[in-house]
Design a protein around this ligand. Sequence first.
Ligand SMILES: [Zn+2]
Length: 379
Amino acid sequence: MNPHHILDHFQGRQEAIIASIREIVEIESPSFDAERSKAVVLWVENEARKIGLDLYIEKIPAEEYGEHLIIRAFPGAGKPALLLGHTDTVHPVGTKLANSTRIEGDKFYGCGIFDMKANVVLMLEALRYFAESGSKPARPITILLSCDEEVGSYTGRELVEREASKSEFCCVFEPSAAGRVKTGRKGTGMFTVKAHGIPAHAGLEPEKGASAILEISRQIEKLHALNNISAGTTVNVCTVKGGTTSNVIPEHAECSIDVRFSTMDEAERINAAIRGLLAVDERVSLDISGGINRPPMERTDTVAALFEKARDLAALFGYELGETQVGGASDGNFVAALGVTVLDGLGIAGDGAHTLTEHILVSDIAKRATLATMLLMLG
Ligand SMILES: [Zn+2]
């Protein structure tokens, strides 16, 4: 493979790629909007069919969410490379009026452009390169786009795990961090602690009451004491509510807890500690729910080795590729938990995911497409 030829190809297609990105971004597709999910999936399907490769395309209905999409190309011997992404965005319909799809200087703005519709186009462009150049990827390619990633992958997870377990390695086209790929992601957990105390008149007989709010505040101290920053573990109480009115000792209070961890050992330590919380005031009872959601994506030796290969490929055309580890989880976490090598954050550089300043950098499009294509040619 000649990296400069590949880069030339994508630079020559830049205007066409920009036009495609504009089209997919304009089809707003927030999670839980089944009709719009189907509309964006249909657009991807039609674009894929125009490429002229022999493709096997499967749409998997997901009630309430829309459709997941699988595209298989270059069938043959050997395990495929899995290209993972999602078609849902966090932006409600109409948000495109507040962040219109437009280019200003090097910034290409749009709702869901960075996370991660431009990168869906990138996957198709890699297929198109193979169709037009006649060169072949090193192994079969499977593209999986889920439609509920932004809201926890409750229906997509099974598909992600099924396809990942059959794959040689997995490239996740989630946003990069200032261009850096993600070689580690924390795992996540969510818990709720509810306290049930004894109500009483705050003026007449407060001694008969057992305050649920006081109990929750004591538990919050214990929860925050579980933090272990050097181990990569964070525990944060993110919401608190309780009480009814100003002259009543509160009977009910509760808090929700966000937990992040870098290793399963830490996940188990935190899970056991939260599950084992005991009320300080024995008259108050605690009800604890929730648990671990996504396991951590650890920077294993094979992940580090794949990153180094990607960095070396990028260097061949003068592109500097960095890496980072982040607190946010993605479907890459499910893949990593199966022991499959993952490189995440392969998307086009940009910023502002989930906000009204969301954008990608036009100058990064061809370079990122070149890198993705070269990764697929890696023997
Ligand atoms: Zn995303």
